[in-house]
Design a protein around this ligand. Structure first.
Ligand SMILES: Cc1cc2nc3c(=O)[nH]c(=O)nc-3n(C[C@H](O)[C@H](O)[C@H](O)COP(=O)(O)OP(=O)(O)OC[C@H]3O[C@@H](n4cnc5c(N)ncnc54)[C@H](O)[C@@H]3O)c2cc1C
Length: 470
């Protein structure tokens, strides 16, 4: 691949936040509290509301908001849903512990919460739960504006139009000391040195041809974290939604016509929008997947609407860098939060728990990063490690991305059986990920895709489902 001629500029900050979704903005705001004099810089490709936090098609978000007397049940429910993925009890407990503060924070922003006629907050059961303890707010652009205004008022700086293409470090596994940023519209690389770095890069849904995540995501998060040597968990567990292939309107498989012996499973399936992992009603989704025609279309009968042409679309990820209760990853100097962090939920998560997690661990990561940075002497001469090579050919990049997304849609869905074609696709990904002549975006996308496709859990799932699909 042809590489762009690269010039570099170097900048310094104290805390670098990569990504400007809910998690990144919450982290940046929290980082300003312990030591207001520290420089906090947020990097994001777009200035306008983007990503799943601020540009998702529902224009609304649900948030789990367990009251203190509901904390125990919330944690038990979250952990029960985690199998066959990994969830750490202390991380689920952190969600419950900080949920009231998180709700107060959102209320302080003046967001448009859904309310009862009496004016009190209206509580809903989130997916996978029958307990009404989630609240919902509408108006994501308004939420974005409120968070950005608060961050700017505190003195947070923004660098838009750039994306991180490598975490800066001497070698994989070493301390992270900032990031290499590439401009989206041409120009040289920017080496941004930081005492602490917070990854809030969003999830893996952009890796798939059929997806219903918000626009503006890159799909680079797992690749960036894996390349740096961070420990990743639960990366095979995405949330998958069935949609009508043309309109992308959501359809719950529980609404479809099923033979009488599957009626109980259909009833259970109605309690959650995303496909489950490891729960009995996943049998319905796997049955639909086994009927996929070329192009991934499944024809299914709806009792009221006749034959529907359905497809499975990627919505959000439950995996990412394993963090501790302070949002620290396994790498010194690197924190993670939001959809690129994991361990607070496993294979399945309660509806509304991702927004809670983005806010709770955004706040914890930002605060811990600032406390650490305040105690770390700046080291302006510290090397940022090798700089990445950017592809100079946007058309070649688009072609690569299209092929990767098609391949992931074919081979990266739950229950995909082992096959020579799947193995060949994985081998191609591996070759790109290791090819020093490939562009860095392509290498990272390949690494992200491998993290989803080759996670040990995917194989276990394929075996559990009998490997229905070729
Ligand atoms: C339609 C829809 C509805 C949803 N509803 C709910 C709900 O009701 N409740 C719930 O809990 N969850 C819900 N989710 C999931 C939830 O919205 C997301 O998981 C969450 O908002 C993710 O927040 P985030 O900040 O981690 O990522 P995002 O909001 O996706 O932000 C990621 C940011 O990182 C930036 N970025 C990406 N790559 C780079 C890079 N290389 N360098 C720098 N920046 C980069 C992006 O541009 C963006 O600014 C929903 C998701 C969708 C798609």
């Amino acid at each position: 691949m042809r590489h762009a001629r690269q010039t570099q500029t170097y900048l310094d900050t104290d805390i670098l936040v990569l990504g400007a979704g809910l998690a990144g903005l919450r982290a940046a705001i929290a980082a300003k509290h312990p030591a207001p004099g520290l420089r906090v810089t947020v990097v994001s490709p777009c200035q306008r509301p983007s990503g799943s936090s601020f540009a998702n098609r529902n224009n609304a978000l649900g948030v789990q908001a367990p009251a203190p007397d509901q904390a125990k049940d919330f944690v038990a429910e979250a952990l029960r849903l985690a199998a066959p993925g990994l969830a750490e009890p202390q991380l689920a407990q952190a969600l419950a512990q900080n949920a009231p503060a998180c709700l107060d924070f959102l209320l302080s922003l003046g967001l448009a919460f859904r309310r009862e006629p009496s004016g009190s907050l209206r509580f809903f059961p989130g997916c996978f739960s029958t307990t009404p303890r989630a609240v919902v707010f509408d108006g994501l652009a308004q939420a974005h504006a409120a968070l950005v205004a608060q961050a700017r008022a505190l003195g947070v700086a923004f660098i838009h139009g750039h994306e991180a293409l490598r975490l800066a470090q001497e070698s994989p596994g070493a301390r992270v000391s900032g990031a290499w940023l590439a401009p989206l519209r041409g120009g040289g690389l920017l080496g941004l040195r930081a005492r602490c770095t917070v990854a809030a890069l969003g999830g893996p849904a952009p890796l798939f041809a059929r997806r219903i995540c918000g626009p503006g995501g890159s799909g680079l998060a797992y690749g960036l974290l894996a390349e740096a040597g961070a420990q990743l968990v639960n990366t095979a567990y995405l949330q998958w939604f069935w949609v009508e292939a043309k309109s992308r309107a959501f359809v719950n498989p529980g609404e479809l016509s099923w033979p009488p012996h599957l009626a109980q499973l259909a009833l259970a399936r109605l309690q959650h929008c995303p496909m489950a992992f490891g729960l009995p009603d996943a049998a319905l989704d796997l049955e639909l997947l086994s009927r996929q025609e070329p192009g991934g279309i499944v024809h299914a009968q709806h009792p009221a609407r006749g034959t529907l042409a359905l497809a499975l679309a990627a919505h959000a990820g439950n995996g990412g860098a394993l963090i501790n209760t302070q949002g620290r990853t396994s790498l010194p100097g690197l924190y993670a939060c939001g959809e690129c962090a994991s361990g607070m939920h496993g294979a399945n998560r309660l509806g509304g728990a991702m927004v809670l997690s983005a806010l709770v661990f955004g706040a914890r990561a930002g605060q811990a990063a600032a406390e650490t940075a305040a105690q770390t002497a700046p080291s302006p001469d510290q090397s940022l490690g090798p700089q990445p090579a950017i592809s100079a050919d946007p058309a070649a990049h688009r072609l690569f991305l299209r092929g990767l997304r098609r391949g992931m849609q074919r081979f990266g869905l739950p229950g995909t059986a082992y096959s020579p074609a799947r193995q060949a696709f994985a081998a191609r990904l591996q070759a790109v990920a290791e090819d020093a002549r490939a562009g860095q975006r392509e290498r990272l996308l390949a690494r992200s895709a491998l993290a989803v496709q080759e996670a040990p859990e995917t194989g276990a799932l394929a075996r559990a489902s009998g490997g229905q699909r070729a």
